[in-house]
Design a binder for this molecule. Structure first.
Ligand code: GDP
Ligand code: MG
Length: 238
C-alpha cells in the first residue's frame, strides 16, 4: 500500500542569482516559480525559492537563492555561496553599469567565494530594447559572456515572460557537472547550507534594512518549514 505513493527522489540543486540591485533578479524568480510579474518593487535582502522541475528524465528540486545586489549586503550575500551548483549572474539591458559590474564586481566576488563554479550570464529586461533609451545589444552581452568565460549567455524578459524557463533550463544543464545530493539524504554540505541559512538570518538582524522588506522575511522561514516537513514526509514513505 505504501508503495503506491513512492516516486523517485528529486535531486537537490542550488542556484544563486547575482547582479546589481534593481536589475530584475527577483522579478525573474517570481515569474519562474510563481508565474507572475510583481508590479511593486521591493528591495530584496535575501529570499529562497524552491521549485521542482524535470530534466533528462530526472526530477530536480531547485533551491534558488535570491540575493541583494547592494554593497551594504556584501557580508550577508557572502553566506549564500556555499554548496552552489551554478551561479546565474544578471544585468539589465537598459543599464550599462550593471553590465560593467559583471566583470568589475560580480566575477571578482565569485572568484573569492566559490572559484570554479559554472557561471551563466543572463541579460534581463530585454523588452526595453527598441524603446527610446539605448540598450545593451545581444552582441555586447555575448562578448561579456566570453570575456568572463561563462558557460552560456541567455536573454530574457520577466515582464513579458520571454526566455525565463529557457534560462533556468540552461542553468540546470550545468548543474549536472557538479556533485549530486539526493534530497532525503542530506550530505554534510547541505547541513552546512542550513547552518549558513541560520547565520544569514542572524546577520540579517544586525544590518540596517530598507523599508518595506518586512513581508519578504516571513517567506523563507515558511519555505524552510515546508521543506523540512516535506523531507520528513518522504522519509516516512520510503
Ligand atoms: N521593463 C521591465 N522591467 C522589469 C523587468 N524585470 C524587473 N523589472 C523592474 O525592475 C525593477 C527592479 O526589479 P527587481 O526584480 O526587484 O530587481 P532586483 O533588485 O534585481 O531583484 C522593478 O521596478 C521591476 O518592475 C523586465 O523584465 N522588464
Ligand atoms: Mg531583488
Amino acid at each position: 500500500m505504501r508503495n503506491c505513493f513512492r516516486r523517485r527522489r528529486p535531486l537537490y540543486r542550488k542556484i544563486v542569482i547575482l547582479g546589481d540591485g534593481a536589475c530584475g533578479k527577483t522579478s525573474l524568480l517570481n515569474v519562474f516559480t510563481r508565474g507572475y510579474f510583481p508590479e511593486i518593487y521591493a528591495p530584496t535582502v535575501f529570499e529562497n525559492y524552491v521549485h521542482e522541475t524535470h530534466i533528462d528524465n530526472k526530477i530536480l528540486e531547485l533551491s534558488l537563492w535570491d540575493t541583494a545586489g547592494q554593497e551594504e549586503f556584501d557580508r550577508l550575500r557572502a553566506l549564500s555561496y556555499s554548496d552552489t551548483f551554478v551561479i546565474m549572474v544578471c544585468f539589465a539591458v537598459d543599464n550599462a553599469s550593471s553590465l560593467e559590474n559583471i566583470s568589475a564586481r560580480w566575477i571578482k566576488e565569485i572568484m573569492e567565494n566559490c572559484e570554479g563554479v559554472q557561471v551563466v550570464l543572463v541579460a534581463l529586461k530585454c523588452d526595453l530594447r527598441g524603446g527610446e533609451e539605448k540598450c545593451i545589444t545581444y552582441e555586447e552581452g555575448l562578448a561579456c559572456a566570453s570575456r568572463i568565460n561563462a558557460a552560456r549567455y541567455l536573454e530574457c524578459s520577466a515582464k513579458e515572460n520571454r526566455g525565463v524557463t529557457e534560462a533556468f533550463a540552461a542553468a540546470c544543464v550545468y548543474t549536472s557537472n557538479a556533485k549530486l545530493t539526493e534530497l532525503g539524504r542530506p550530505s554534510l554540505n547541505s547541513r552546512e547550507a542550513e547552518r549558513c541559512d541560520h547565520r544569514r538570518k542572524e546577520i540579517y538582524s544586525d544590518v540596517a534594512l530598507p523599508d518595506n522588506v518586512g513581508l519578504q522575511l516571513s517567506f523563507p522561514s515558511f519555505l524552510v518549514g515546508f521543506r523540512s516537513l516535506d523531507y520528513h514526509f518522504r522519509r516516512y514513505l520510503s
